[in-house]
Write a protein of this length. Structure first.
Length: 244
C-alpha cells in the first residue's frame, strides 16, 4: 500500500492497486485527489513515504520501490506527462529514436554514430508505425497538431519498449477526432501492455477502461468494473454526481 506525505499533507494514503497486461486501469478523481502523485511514485519521480511497488520481471515479481526513475524505465515502466515533453526542434522520428537510444546507449561503440544504432532504429520504426505517425516522420515535432504531439509522446514512450504504460491525461485538450484516434491507439496497445490511465474525460474513461479506481483526498474509495463504479453511491456523491 503506497503512501506519500509532504510534511503535514497526506497526498496519497495507502493506495493498493494492481495493473495487468490486456487491461486498461483508469484512475479518476478531482484535482488534488492524488492521481499524479500516485503516477510519480510508480514511475520513480517521487519516492513513496511507505509501501512497496512490484514489477514483474520474467516469472518473478521484483520490488522496485528503491530504484531510481531511469532504472525503472529501463526495466519496463514507461510514462507520459500532462504537458507535452517533446523536442520541438527535432523531427518526429528523431524524437522517437532518441528515446530508443536511451535504452541502448552503447557509449563503448565509439566507431559508430548513435543515429546508426540498429536497435534504436528498429524500435523507433516500430513505435512510429504503431502510433500511426509514419506520414509525419520528417516533420518538426513542434509543428504537429496538439493531438499528434500527444501521439508522439506515446510513441516516444513505446520506443523504450515498456511493459507498463503510465499515461497522465493523454486526452487533455483534444478535440473529438483526436480523442478518437488516441482511444483507438490505447485499445491497440492493451493486449501487449498493462495500462494505467489518469483521465478527466468520463465518457472516454467509461468507454475504454476495464477497471476504474476512484481517488478522493489521497485515498482509493472504490476500485471495480465501470458498471459497478457508475452505480456506486459513494462514488456518485464524491465525484461523478449527475454525470453517472
Amino acid at each position: 500500500m503506497l503512501t506519500r506525505r509532504f510534511e503535514g499533507l497526506l497526498a496519497v494514503n495507502q493506495a493498493n492497486l494492481c495493473f495487468k497486461r490486456n487491461e486498461i486501469h483508469a484512475v479518476i478523481g478531482t484535482n488534488g485527489a492524488g492521481k499524479s502523485t500516485l503516477i510519480n511514485m510508480l514511475s520513480g519521480e517521487l519516492m513513496a513515504s511507505s509501501g512497496s511497488i512490484g514489477l514483474r520481471q520474467g516469472e518473478a515479481m521484483v520490488d522496485v520501490s528503491a530504484w531510481p526513475q531511469y532504472v525503472r524505465a529501463r526495466a519496463g515502466l514507461g510514462r507520459s506527462y500532462q504537458r507535452n515533453t517533446i523536442f520541438p526542434e527535432f523531427t518526429v522520428f528523431e524524437n522517437i529514436r532518441l528515446c530508443a537510444q536511451a535504452v541502448h546507449p552503447r557509449a563503448w561503440v565509439w566507431w559508430q554514430r548513435a543515429t546508426q544504432c540498429p536497435h534504436a532504429l528498429q524500435a523507433a520504426e516500430q513505435a512510429l508505425h504503431v502510433t500511426g505517425l509514419v506520414q509525419e516522420r520528417a516533420r518538426m515535432a513542434g509543428t504537429l497538431s496538439h493531438g499528434a504531439k500527444r501521439q508522439l509522446e506515446v510513441a516516444m514512450c513505446l520506443a523504450t519498449q515498456p511493459q507498463v504504460l503510465l499515461l497522465d491525461e493523454p486526452l487533455a485538450g483534444m478535440g473529438a477526432q483526436e480523442s478518437e484516434r488516441m482511444l483507438q491507439l490505447l485499445a491497440a496497445l492493451k493486449p501487449s501492455h498493462a495500462i494505467l490511465l489518469v483521465e478527466h474525460d468520463m465518457d472516454a474513461v467509461f468507454r475504454i477502461a476495464d477497471r476504474i479506481s476512484v481517488m478522493v483526498n489521497g485515498e482509493v474509495i472504490a476500485s471495480d468494473t465501470p458498471a459497478l463504479i457508475r452505480g456506486n453511491p459513494q462514488v456518485r456523491v464524491a465525484y461523478l454526481g449527475d454525470w453517472a
